[in-house]
Design a protein around this ligand. Structure first.
Ligand SMILES: [Fe+2]
Length: 311
């Protein structure tokens, strides 16, 4: 039963359909339209006046940096908590360079003491809910993430799908990085193509159509079954395409204690890190916002409490 619930809470629509036939029929467009419409259905979220300017920037660029998110005292506490857990970090992908270590978003030890600084943040809830036109009802997945190189990794070729330009899904979904330490172009700051979250133009729609066909053709190639692994559903964007579709990568640099909120429906990639300075962050993931369980969660909570009180 718990596996069933886990599936309902973690499944998000992937970037492209695997079916070549459906993609030729324009499946990518139907998916974009479908998710656009279901987000429009319930326009009941309003932004608090003090965050309106943030929402404007997020709508315009698809990404926003909010410095000094926590008070100095809270920032120190969060840092201390992070450091006590670093010895128990695990590698998330053994083949990846730079390396990525962390603790899973489902592990209760992540921000055990200070989780509410993020979960109960008025700024985060108001801004993200307004941008997505949805409330996130489930427990928000939060993970620790550390990207780094060892001495022997320096100057080796980088690999892994997330190093390549991609978007995560054909709709608005938000991810938040809280940078624990100063993050620059040199130590792997997020790279984002500002404005690339906007899909309401023919040029972009035709581009995604083309990419969806390329993706399924790759999947049908029995030699490699796709350019990347199964959990990395993307295709390589050529530099010519980057120019043609105005995909200008920008390094989203920020000081420690900054919040970076970005729409993963826009093109982005992980920055390269070829230094001995790690990129340390806390990541909040809204990918389950369109799952059935998120919609039904208020009912689930009511049923659970009824059962509890009748015991
Ligand atoms: Fe991504």
């Amino acid at each position: 039963m718990s596996k069933f619930f886990a599936k309902l809470t973690s499944t998000k629509p992937s970037m492209y359909s695997k079916s070549l036939f459906l993609n030729i029929l324009g499946m990518q467009w139907y998916r974009i339209l479908f998710f656009y419409l279901i987000r429009k259905v319930k326009a009941s979220v309003t932004i608090k006046p003090e965050y309106k300017e943030y929402l404007k920037i997020l709508e315009r660029d698809g990404v926003i940096v909010i410095p000094n998110f926590l008070s100095e005292a809270d920032y120190k506490e969060v840092l201390d908590e992070y450091q006590t857990l670093t010895p128990s970090f695990v590698r998330t992908n053994h083949n990846l360079l730079p390396r990525v270590d962390g603790i899973s978003m489902y592990d209760k030890r992540v921000l055990e003491k200070n989780r509410n600084l993020f979960l109960k943040s008025d700024l985060i809830r108001s801004l993200v809910s307004s941008y997505l036109n949805r409330y996130y009802n489930l427990q928000l997945p939060i993970d620790y993430n550390r990207i780094y190189c060892n001495q022997e990794d320096l100057d080796k070729p980088r690999n892994g799908g997330t190093n390549n330009l991609h978007f995560d899904a054909p709709l608005r979904i938000v991810k938040i990085f809280y940078y624990l330490t100063d993050t620059t172009q040199e130590n792997g700051a997020l790279r984002y193509c500002k404005g690339s979250h906007k899909r309401n133009n023919l040029k972009r729609l035709l581009f995604e159509y083309k990419l969806s066909i390329r993706y399924s053709l790759n999947k049908w190639n029995k030699d490699n079954k796709g350019e990347y692994g199964d959990d990395e559903p993307w295709v390589t964007i050529t530099s010519l395409e980057q120019r043609k579709y105005n995909l200008n990568e920008e390094s989203i640099e920020a000081k420690g204690n900054s919040l970076v909120i970005f729409d993963v429906g826009g093109f982005h990639r992980r920055g390269d890190n070829n230094t001995l300075i790690s990129r340390d962050s806390i990541q909040l993931n809204y990918r389950s916002i369109d799952t059935l369980r998120n919609y039904l969660f208020p009912f689930e909570k009511r049923i659970r409490s009824t059962i509890k009180s009748s015991k």
